[in-house]
Design a binder for this molecule. Structure first.
Ligand SMILES: [Zn+2]
Length: 366
């Protein structure tokens, strides 16, 4: 076996993942900033006791720093929601979890056959038309979408959950070497998370050519896309309640499985609510606390691909701990990006059976 080689890029990944400045890390590990800079640049390898102190300061196991390079995703077309209220540190921290998720995704692709990405490029049209075009292309008609995460996965999007440290980050997405990725914060209501997923889908099909897809304009486009994709015009015009009170909206939102605020917004956009009606409803939604706690919320959507992969792996004797060992990534970091599905895939526990008709299909390669 080759001698263990300290890998400075892994030290940098761990630092970013923990949201520590270089100064804070040096302080916490009891070393000088100059020495830390030397270690990070690869000029010197830190002695074992220093690696241990760095590991403690970062809450990463020592062996993590001795693995091969973790490929950084290219993050092409990366977009963050609420970027304006997000610090660079929080953004980098979320990207840090993306590095681990992409490593896991590559491992999965080596061992399982997943649906191929088939997202069209729709940037030449407006967001409303693009949402309609994508529905057409995917044969969805005007039907409400049962499960947005499963739909994205069936079309080759890799969907992961965001760690709890990133509570300020709603969601983000990016393209990496032809594969689209979406990250969803599992701390939000199911309805908000579905809209986040549709919003990120909007970025992926509309803003794939933009280096950092984030401006007021692209945000608005993604928002309009998400709203139109989850609540198709004709369907809302046919089925939304006329002159609704708030309780009618709460009852009606289940049809599209969206938040009550999102339904009111869409109905206003489609002219089913006047400016005045919309303003009154928005105030009532605010006063009822529905912006913070969604009423009559539905169960959360999780990844079907990850569930199947973890189940199939477990059946062939491979636990997530073994995957983490192979990748030399702390298992706690993998657990954070797989929607907590690991809790249900411990040996000896039965997984809920996957519905027969449910897509996407995951197959072991060998
Ligand atoms: Zn966005």
């Amino acid at each position: 076996m080759a001698a263990r080689q300290f890998n400075p890029s892994r030290l940098e990944t761990a630092r970013i993942r923990r949201g520590l400045t270089k100064l804070a890390l040096a302080d916490s590990a009891g070393i000088s900033s100059r020495m830390l800079a030397e270690y990070l640049s690869g000029s010197y390898d830190p002695p074992e006791p220093t690696v241990r102190r760095l590991g403690l300061a970062l809450d990463f196991p020592v062996q993590f720093f001795f693995g091969g390079d973790l490929e950084e995703p290219s993050l092409h077309g990366a977009s963050f929601r609420s970027l304006s209220t997000l610090s660079a540190r929080q953004r980098d921290q979320a990207f840090g979890s993306a590095i681990f998720a992409v490593s896991l995704s590559r491992w999965i692709e080596q061992h399982y056959r997943l649906p191929k990405p088939d997202l069209p490029r729709l940037s030449s049209q407006g967001p409303e038309a693009a949402a309609e075009a994508l529905r057409d292309e995917w044969g969805l008609g005007e039907r409400p979408i049962k499960n947005v995460v499963h739909l994205l996965e069936a079309h080759g999007v890799r969907v992961f959950s965001l760690a709890e440290e990133c509570a300020e980050v709603d969601a983000f997405s990016f393209w990496d070497r032809g594969t689209p990725y979406v990250f969803l914060n599992t701390w939000k209501s199911s309805e908000h998370s579905r809209m986040d997923a549709a919003h990120e889908l909007g970025h992926l099909v509309l803003h794939w050519a933009i280096e950092l897809a984030h401006s007021r304009e692209t945000e608005q486009e993604a928002q309009t896309f998400g709203s139109a994709f989850l609540m198709p015009r004709g369907n809302v015009l046919a089925d939304a309640p006329r002159h609704p009170q708030l309780r009618h909206l709460v009852a009606a939102k289940h049809r599209w499985n969206v938040s009550v605020a999102a339904l009111a917004y869409r109905m206003h956009k489609l002219g089913l609510l006047s400016d005045w009606q919309y303003r009154i409803l928005a105030i009532e939604i605010q006063q009822s606390g529905y912006r913070r706690v969604e009423p009559e919320t539905q169960p959360r959507e999780t990844s079907q691909v990850l569930e199947q992969v973890l189940r199939l792996s477990r059946d062939s004797g491979i636990s997530i701990n073994m995957i983490a060992d192979q990748l030399n990534i702390p298992v706690s970091e993998l657990n954070r990006v797989v929607f907590g599905l690991v809790l249900t895939s411990l040996p000896g526990t039965d997984l809920p059976l996957t519905r027969r008709r449910a897509r996407p299909d995951v197959k072991r390669i060998q």
